[in-house]
Design a protein. Structure first.
Length: 196
């Protein structure tokens, strides 16, 4: 039997995005930086910028579908190397990496693809990597009624690689563990070993 958690559809609709205003703002932004959009190659750049940012800040809608854990599966379930991209709230530059998401099931389990969709859902907004990691873990713990949830995220931040300190290739790792994965030393060690 399949159930869907009520009330957890992503409701951020594209009609909240004003592409006309975003295009005008992008053109003003480029002009303020001394970039002329009069050239044929740059004429449509403001509109393309607006559409690109709208896409980066709008996750696809989905519902978290769960199933009864009628097989009484109790061990760690882990999906590794989920690609993600988000936007740093300090410079509005992308950070890109992979997430490892695992949980210790309670009475409900979730389709594996939904773990990737949860990462996508939370990634599409300006934020810090630390907050993104915590939000995913806490939300999954609450929605699944899991005995524990663990999230490890590894990413390269363009605000570090393209500007400022200019350290391309530097990787930032964040983790958040809830329930038994945070409290039980053996469960914690198993999760962290599997995500290295």
């Amino acid at each position: 039997m399949t159930t869907t958690q009520p009330g957890y559809t992503n409701t951020q609709a594209t009609n909240n995005i004003d592409l006309v205003a975003a295009t005008a703002a992008a053109e003003a932004f480029l002009t303020a930086l001394g970039v002329s959009t009069a050239d044929d190659h740059l004429r449509d750049t403001p509109a393309r910028m607006a559409k690109a940012w709208a896409e980066m800040l709008t996750p696809r809608p989905f519902r978290l579908t769960t199933f009864a854990n009628d097989g009484d599966y109790t061990d760690l379930l882990l999906v590794r190397d989920i690609p993600f991209q988000s936007v740093c709230e300090h410079h509005l530059l992308p950070f890109v990496g992979v997430a490892h998401v695992g949980y210790l099931p309670g009475e409900r389990i979730v389709g594996l693809s939904k773990l990737a969709r949860v990462v996508e859902k939370f990634s599409h907004q300006p934020q810090t990597q630390e907050r993104l990691t915590t939000h995913i873990a806490r939300w999954l713990h609450e929605q699944l009624g899991a005995r524990g949830v663990g999230v490890v995220m590894k990413a390269e931040h363009s605000c570090m690689s393209l500007r400022g300190v200019k350290t391309p290739g530097a990787c930032t790792t964040t983790k958040h563990l809830t329930g038994d994965l945070g409290c039980d030393p053996q469960a914690r060690e198993e999760f962290l070993t599997e995500t290295h």
